[in-house]
Design a protein around this ligand. Structure first.
Ligand code: ATP
Length: 301
């Protein structure tokens, strides 16, 4: 019966997404992953994240048997600190954050939060308690209120406005003709990349979870917008455990620890100044990025 029932559940989930005019790929991927990649053990308890201490212990991971993507990764993220994951494209940064959300289980080793191994708890409870700001922001073709409150059970309007204020998007929303009732997306107001990201940051802050994962945008935001968003997130993070995938090293300068990855391994770990002084991979990446940042704009040459 389950073999017949499961595809029907999956199909009805897709249908629900389309009915909601969903253009949020992340949510779609979430549901896909949830149905296919990991299954909760029968009777698995919900996780209860209180302080948000993450321990990644000797984790290895492969998507396919031919290629190991993560090799013996170990680190700790303490509450109230920022950990920046950096490294060349394909080194495994996103894969690591997928394991933090238990979109996949490690092949060996473990990821635990507040002492609970993620593979022992329900995936749904974990997702509910971790806030994520993804790289490619898609908003629903609905009003701003819907977009900020999405996935946050029972949020009231005052808390929504407070989260929007902390995410520095409230003043902009107040200028819209219908304020929080203004529709966004293809047939509504067009928001800039930075504004969309602020809406999603407001959603993450409204969730008030002890852990925030931020996958920085790569190309859609200019450096100034990116830095100001980073400030917004840092100021509002407070006691949260913040994990960022820093595509621009300039945003990782103030991180409490920078984890530099290369081909699925941790190549270096430390603070910005120490890593620069070491003169290794991070220092080389920093030098390269500095060169790229001063390249002349072709349109003016
Ligand atoms: P980027 O900075 O470009 O986003 P990244 O450091 O986040 O890269 P990952 O996306 O984690 O890197 O990818 C690590 C490796 O795993 C890459 O070799 C990639 O091709 C591979 N990979 C990623 N997702 C999958 C998948 N779903 N199935 C198989 N291989 C994958």
């Amino acid at each position: 019966l389950n073999r017949v029932y499961q595809p029907l559940v999956t199909f009805s989930n897709y249908l629900r997404i389309f009915q909601q005019n969903l253009i949020d790929i992340e949510a779609m991927v979430d549901i896909l992953q949830e149905e296919v990649e990991v299954r909760d053990r029968p009777g698995a308890p919900d996780i209860n994240i209180h302080s948000g201490r993450i321990i990644v212990d000797d984790v290895t991971f492969s998507y396919t048997p031919e290629k190991q993507v993560l090799h013996n990764i170990s680190f700790v993220c303490d509450p109230g600190t920022t950990t920046a994951l950096v490294g060349p494209s394909g080194c495994g940064k996103s894969t690591l954050t997928r394991l933090l959300l238990r979109q996949y289980d490690p092949c060996s080793g473990s990821v635990s939060i507040d002492g609970e191994k993620l593979e022992d708890v329900t995936q749904r409870s974990l997702r509910k308690q971790i806030a994520v700001v993804p790289q490619d922001i898609g908003l629903f073709n609905q009003n701003i209120k819907y977009n900020i409150k999405y996935g946050v059970d029972g949020a009231d309007d005052d808390s929504m406005r407070e989260a929007a204020t902390r995410a520095q998007i409230h003043a902009r929303i107040a200028e819209f003709p219908d304020q929080y009732d203004s529709k966004v997306g293809e047939r509504g107001l067009k928001l800039s990349g930075g504004e969309k990201q602020r809406v999603v940051i407001a959603r993450a802050l409204l969730k008030d979870s002890p852990i925030l994962i931020l996958d920085e945008a790569t190309s859609s935001l200019d450096t100034l917008t990116e830095r100001s968003l980073q400030r917004v997130v840092n100021q509002s993070a407070g006691h949260k455990t913040l994990v960022t995938i820093a595509h621009r090293l300039s945003t990782s300068i103030h991180a409490d620890q920078i984890i530099v990855m290369k081909e699925g391994r941790i190549a270096e770990k430390g603070k910005h100044e120490d890593l620069l002084a070491e003169g290794g991979l991070y220092a080389a990446l920093w030098k390269n990025q500095a060169k790229a940042d001063v390249k002349p704009n072709c349109a003016h040459t």
